[in-house]
Design a protein around this ligand. Structure first.
Ligand code: URA
Length: 233
């Protein structure tokens, strides 16, 4: 991979900042100063030093948090608690992968691996997200077909096909492959239904670990990290 990309993904700075470090001669690969930012490195064998610091590939961290209500998916907020407040880890550079609304609970990946996050969020990869949803209003049987074809939101946007299962008259499970702002709430609104509870129960085929209560988290296992890295490849 390109040297500037590796460093930016490991959070040594933005792409622009790391390019500037490289051009100024602050980066060594296997002991040699490299000033070419598209120099190709092999993450498995090359030693990279930036600003006298050996790049530690192992410093990548991955957590799954069962997001509680009232936490916002951000790395800073003036008024509300942020999801990182629930993670007892002082390492800088952690961030939530994607956004859940403040009142949504469930599976939230938290990492400092910008590359993986970028891949999982890219519309190209169509990562599936499954939510349990409670709603008010009357669910009509032809709505299944509407979900399957794509719900048209009130602003005219035609959603990609979704899969919906009704579990109770006012509760169901929905799988979507995109992540527009308030997407599920707006899909339901377009069908005259109002979402009252929303919980993400699976992300990229990985279920929310059953043992995690709201506000609890755990590190991903090596196998889970590998699984996410290979997702859809
Ligand atoms: N759709 C929503 O409306 N809200 C979320 O938090 C996630 C998906």
């Amino acid at each position: 991979m390109r040297l500037d990309k590796v460093l930016a993904h490991l959070n040594y700075g933005s792409r622009k900042e790391v390019k500037s470090y490289i051009r100024k001669g602050f980066v060594l690969v296997n002991g040699n100063v490299i000033t070419d930012d598209d120099y190709k490195v092999d993450e498995a064998s090359d030693e990279i030093v930036i600003l006298d610091q050996v790049v530690d590939y192992q410093s990548l961290l991955y957590f799954v948090l069962n997001k509680p209500k009232n936490a916002v998916c951000a790395t800073y907020d003036k008024t509300d608690p942020i999801v990182l407040d629930w993670i007892d880890c002082k390492q800088k550079g952690l961030f939530p992968v994607g956004r859940l609304d403040k009142d949504t609970t469930g599976f939230l990946l938290i990492t400092n691996d910008g590359k993986l996050a970028h891949e999982l969020l890219s519309p190209k990869h169509h990562v599936d997200k499954v939510y349990e949803v409670s709603f008010t209003g009357e669910f009509q049987s032809h709505y299944f077909e509407i979900f399957k074809r794509g719900v048209q939101l009130e602003d005219g946007y035609l959603c990609k096909p979704a899969y919906f299962e009704l579990l109770d008259p006012q509760r169901g499970r929905i799988t979507i492959h995109e992540g527009k702002f308030h997407q599920i709430k707006r899909m339901f609104q377009a069908l005259q239904l109002e979402v009252t509870e929303l919980k993400r129960i699976s992300f990229a085929g990985m279920p929310l670990p059953k043992e995690l209560k709201e506000g609890e988290y755990r590190a991903l296992t090596k196998e889970e990290i590998e699984y996410l890295r290979k997702w859809n490849k």
